[in-house]
Design a protein around this ligand. Structure first.
Ligand code: GLA
Length: 449
C-alpha cells in the first residue's frame, strides 16, 4: 500500500512539474513574448520592406507588434468583445499557426496592443440586469486576458443613456412599461431611487474590479451639442429624474454623483474619465464639456480626464481636431489648481478611434470593395492624425490611443446607422494588414526621429 502511495505521489509530482515548471505554480504564457519574432528591429527599413506586402496577416509571427513602435510614448489599445478572446486561458494553443480566423483575431489582440477595452460587456445593462443581480463574468475574463497580455485595462462605461438598465429608471423595477409610458403614468423612479441604484451598482462594480481595472469612463455621452442631454431630443432620463440637486441652475448633478461614488468606492488612484463623441470638431460641445468639467472640478469633483471617442471619417480636419484637444487639455490648469496633490494627472485619451469609409453601396446591391488607392488615402489620414496625437503624447497630454475594433469585419460601422459595409480600421476583413496599419507605425517611427 505504502509503495503504491509513493508511486502515485511520484507520478503526481512529475505531472505537476510538467504543467507548472519548477516553481510548482502554473506559469502563465507571456503572449507578448511568444506571438512575435524577437529578432525584429522595428526600424524604418524593416517597416518599409513589409509595408507593400498585402498578404501579411495581423497574426503572423514575423509581423512587428504595433504597440512596440509606441512604447514609452503612449499606450496603444483596442476594443473587443468577450467572444473574440474566449480561447485565452483554455487548452487552445494560440502560439501555433492556424487558418482559423477567430483564433487569428485573438492573436492579433494579444500581440499588437497594450491597452484593452471591452466593447459592450462592462456596460451597466449587461452587468446589472436586475436588482441585486451582477453579471461580472465577462469582465473577469477581460481581466484574465489583460493579465495574459500584460495590457492595461479601461472600464467602459457606467453612466450612459443607452445600454443602461431600464429598471433603474422605474419606480417599480418589475414594471414592464416603457420609460415613456412610465413618464406619462408618473411611475418613473424618484431622484432618491435612481441615486441609490446608481450608487449601489458603482459600489459593487468598484469592489469587484478596483484592483484590476484602474481607468473608467464613469460617464459616456452625457452632452448633446450644447449642454446636458434631456428626454425630448436625446432620450436620456438622467437629468429629468435626478435634476438640479444643488440648485446651481444645471441639471447635470447625476454626473457629479457618479464621479463621487466611483471615487469613494474606487479610491484615489483610480483614473475617472468622462467620454464623448464629436469633440474633435464641434465647438459648442467642446465648450459645454470644458465648462461642465471646470465647474465640477471647482466643486471638488475630481475628473481625471476627457475621452475623445474619435469616430471620424476621411474628411476629418486634423488641425481643427488639434485645437479641440488643446482646449480640453487646458482643463489641466484647473485640475492642478483644484487638486494640487494630483498635479499633472489630468489627461486626454483617444478612446474609440475608427474612420468611416462608407461611400455608398454598389447599384446592383453587392458590397462595395475599396481600392488600394482608397486604402492609401485612409492610411494618409491615419498618419496625419497619429502624428498630431503624438505631439500631445510628447507633452504628456495624451497617454492612450484605442481603436474601436480589431478589423474591418468586426466594426460597429458595418451595422450602424444601418446595415452597410465599412472599412474603418487598420486590418482588412480577411485579417490582412492594410496600409493604415503601417501608416500608424510609420507615424511613431518618424516622430521619434
Ligand atoms: C459609442 C459608445 C461605445 C459603442 C459605440 C458603438 O461610441 O461609447 O460604447 O457602443 O458607440 O459601437
Amino acid at each position: 500500500m505504502k509503495k503504491i502511495l509513493s508511486i502515485l505521489l511520484a507520478m503526481s509530482m512529475l505531472l505537476g512539474l510538467a504543467a507548472c515548471g519548477d516553481t510548482g505554480v502554473e506559469e502563465p504564457i507571456d503572449y507578448k513574448a511568444v506571438l512575435t519574432d524577437p529578432n525584429l528591429t522595428y526600424s524604418s527599413e524593416e517597416l518599409e520592406s513589409m509595408a507593400g506586402d498585402r498578404t501579411l496577416l495581423v497574426s503572423d509571427y514575423g509581423v512587428p507588434a504595433l504597440y512596440k513602435y509606441f512604447e514609452g510614448i503612449v499606450k496603444l489599445g483596442v476594443a473587443f468583445t468577450s467572444n473574440q478572446v474566449e480561447s485565452v486561458g483554455t487548452d487552445v494553443d494560440l502560439t501555433a499557426e492556424t487558418d482559423d480566423i477567430n483564433l487569428n483575431v485573438t492573436k492579433g489582440i494579444l500581440k499588437h496592443y497594450n491597452m484593452y477595452v471591452l466593447g459592450n460587456e462592462l456596460k451597466s445593462d449587461h452587468c446589472n440586469p436586475a436588482p441585486d443581480t451582477y453579471n461580472f463574468e465577462d469582465g473577469d475574463k477581460f481581466v484574465e486576458v489583460g493579465k495574459a497580455a500584460g495590457a492595461e485595462l479601461r472600464g467602459h462605461t457606467i453612466v450612459w443613456h443607452t445600454q443602461v438598465p431600464q429598471w433603474w429608471f422605474k419606480a417599480d423595477p418589475d414594471d414592464q412599461s416603457s420609460l415613456d409610458q412610465c413618464r406619462t403614468n408618473g411611475t418613473l423612479a424618484t431622484r432618491e431611487q435612481l441615486t441609490e441604484r446608481l450608487t449601489t451598482y458603482i459600489n459593487a462594480l468598484m469592489e469587484h474590479f478596483k484592483d484590476d481595472i484602474k481607468i473608467w469612463d464613469v460617464c459616456n455621452e452625457v452632452l448633446n451639442g450644447s449642454g446636458i442631454r434631456g428626454i425630448e431630443d436625446d432620450n436620456s432620463y438622467w437629468a429629468e429624474i435626478i435634476g438640479d440637486v444643488d440648485g446651481n441652475g444645471f441639471a447635470d448633478d447625476y454626473v457629479e454623483i457618479a464621479f463621487n461614488a466611483a471615487r469613494a468606492a474606487g479610491g484615489d488612484d483610480m483614473v475617472l474619465m468622462i467620454n464623448d463623441f464629436n469633440l474633435e470638431w464641434q465647438d459648442t460641445k467642446v465648450k459645454a464639456m470644458y465648462d461642465m468639467v471646470e465647474r465640477m472640478m471647482r466643486k471638488g469633483v475630481r475628473i481625471d480626464g476627457v475621452g475623445f471617442q474619435s469616430h471620424i471619417s476621411l474628411d476629418c480636419n486634423v488641425e481643427k481636431y488639434r485645437s479641440c484637444i488643446e482646449k480640453i487639455a487646458s482643463l489641466s490648469e484647473v485640475y492642478d489648481e483644484c487638486f494640487p496633490e494630483y498635479k499633472g494627472n489630468f489627461r486626454v485619451e483617444i478612446t474609440e478611434l475608427d474612420m468611416n469609409m462608407f461611400i455608398g453601396a454598389n447599384a446592383d446591391g453587392t458590397y462595395y470593395t475599396w481600392s488600394e488607392e482608397e486604402f492609401q488615402r485612409q492610411a494618409d489620414k491615419y498618419y496625419e492624425l497619429m502624428d498630431m496625437f503624438l505631439d500631445f503624447a510628447d507633452e504628456g497630454v495624451i497617454d492612450a490611443i484605442l481603436f474601436w475594433g480589431t478589423d474591418d469585419e468586426n466594426s460597429w460601422l458595418n451595422t450602424t446607422p444601418k446595415l452597410r459595409r465599412n472599412a474603418a480600421l487598420l486590418v482588412d476583413r480577411d485579417l490582412t494588414i492594410k496600409p493604415a496599419f503601417w501608416a500608424v507605425a510609420r507615424a511613431a517611427l518618424n516622430h521619434k526621429k
